[in-house]
Design a protein around this ligand. Sequence first.
Ligand code: G6P
Length: 299
Amino acid sequence: MSNIDYSTILTGIEGVRIVSSNEKYAQSGAGLPIVVVENQLGSASLALQGCHLLSFVPAHGNDLLWLSPLASFDPDKAIRGGIPLCLPWFGGHPAGLQSHGFARTSDWTLEKASNQPDGSTLLILSLSSTTETLAMWPHAFRFEMQIEVGTELKLTLNVDNLSDTPAPFTYAFHTYFAVDDYTQCPILGLEDLTYIDTVGEVRRLPQEGTLQLTGHTDRVYLDVPEAQTIVDGARQIHIHGTAKSAIVWNAAEHALNIADIGPAYTRYVCVERGDVFDNALTIAPQSRFSSVMTLSETR
Ligand SMILES: O=P(O)(O)OC[C@H]1O[C@H](O)[C@H](O)[C@@H](O)[C@@H]1O
């Protein structure tokens, strides 16, 4: 766990504090440091482990993010819910390394916090390569996340390949959205696209009409438009991003066998923007890749 003293970075910054997960959440686990941001436009919280957003609540609104009531906060273990960062690979690894990469269980460093003139709050976190990461992903790197908490949540991920070789790369903002019932929330913005269905036999299929989940779903939509909308009763959750893929996932009744989800699976839908499968990337030596995603709601 990180032992960095952030008091200097946070001196003079309004509405940003670091608390223990045990103080903020009733969930189990050994406990992790959580950055809490509150301003007039909205509030958010994130774990330094994984640079993992846990909540984003616009002023006068409800949380856009779902955090499992069974989530546990333990070092080196991914937290269930919010926005895990799958990085620098998405999904399984050919050599059996941890699913979704090491970034979501690594300790990120809070580099900067600032109050912006428009009333929003900006946080900048980073993660740099170590001997341990080089053994898993053979490229010196610096990952940087800029997090703007305002009426929208804006995430900018910068990935610097500091090595002299091209870096094959996939990633996703693995967002768990809070919904009333995952079978009652149409997801707009995926119509007529091709998706890879990974439930059972892997197949490529066309999306006919609007997507509405009815059960266990695990799909990768390719070459998606920048915007999707989840219609959750009277509210619309808007996703806007530069990434070219969208992974849509709900474990449905299989979640009853996932220790940190259980029966609450009806209350989330994952719409994960990233660049995966056919949209996988290679970052040239000494080059930067950037991806931006904003989340907001209207009623
Ligand atoms: O349990 P995790 O490693 O966090 O993965 C959770 C899920 O992530 C993505 O949505 C994948 O498409 C799913 O196949 C996977 O089950």
